[in-house]
Write a protein that binds this ligand. Structure first.
Ligand SMILES: [Zn+2]
Ligand SMILES: [Zn+2]
Length: 198
């Protein structure tokens, strides 16, 4: 399959996934046939200057933990249907990391989300933890919100734009309600744990 010349729905999707989740692979596979999208990604890759930072994260229940060297200002949103269906979200925030720089403490479970990709998750609590191509992968994605402190991460681009739900992209101006302003919810938390969650 040529990266820029999908011939069917399945291959089309595979091509999309191939571009979206491992920019390093797309760049390594640079050929004159690269699509405009891939060329833009390639340019972004070239101008990246930030240093990787070692950060920790894990699943909601704490069984799966990881440490990874990542560049927090190079996160992105993937809107591809595989990510939407795998996470139940309109999009998923990912950060790319070198496979060798991801250290698991408490092994994740894995499931194949397509013939070409597999995803780590926790079978105990269900947290979606990332994305990995089955073959030829030197990098993988980790879910931004699974990190202990997601606040340093900023998005650098969108991927899977063909299935982007645009109504959810620019939500600036919608009413904003805080959890601690929801009195009945606060009462449930205080009754259960003595405080509202951090
Ligand atoms: Zn868990
Ligand atoms: Zn995706």
């Amino acid at each position: 399959m040529g990266l820029s010349q999908p011939t069917g729905i399945g291959e089309d999707f595979g091509g999309i996934e191939r571009f979206s989740h491992s920019i390093g692979i797309a760049v390594a596979a640079s050929t004159p046939q690269l699509s405009g999208v891939a060329k833009r990604i390639e340019r972004m890759q070239i101008v990246e200057m930030t240093e990787a930072t070692r950060m920790s994260g894990g699943c909601a229940c704490g069984r799966v933990r990881f440490e990874a060297a990542v560049k927090p200002d190079e996160a992105y949103l993937c809107h591809c249907r595989m990510c939407q269906r795998s996470t139940g979200s309109v999009s998923i925030a990912f950060i790319n990391a070198m496979l060798d720089d991801v250290e698991w403490q408490g092994q994740p479970d894995w499931y194949d989300s397509s013939p070409i990709a597999t995803r780590p998750f926790c079978a105990n609590c269900g947290t979606s933890l990332g994305f990995l191509f089955k073959e030829d992968a030197s990098k993988m994605d980790l879910t931004v919100a699974a990190f202990d402190d997601p606040t340093p991460f900023t998005p650098k681009h969108h991927f899977g734009a063909e299935s982007m739900h645009r109504a959810w992209i620019n939500t600036e101006g919608l009413p904003e309600y805080r959890t601690d302003e929801h009195q009945k919810l606060v009462e449930k938390w205080v009754a259960a744990t003595g405080k509202v969650p951090d």
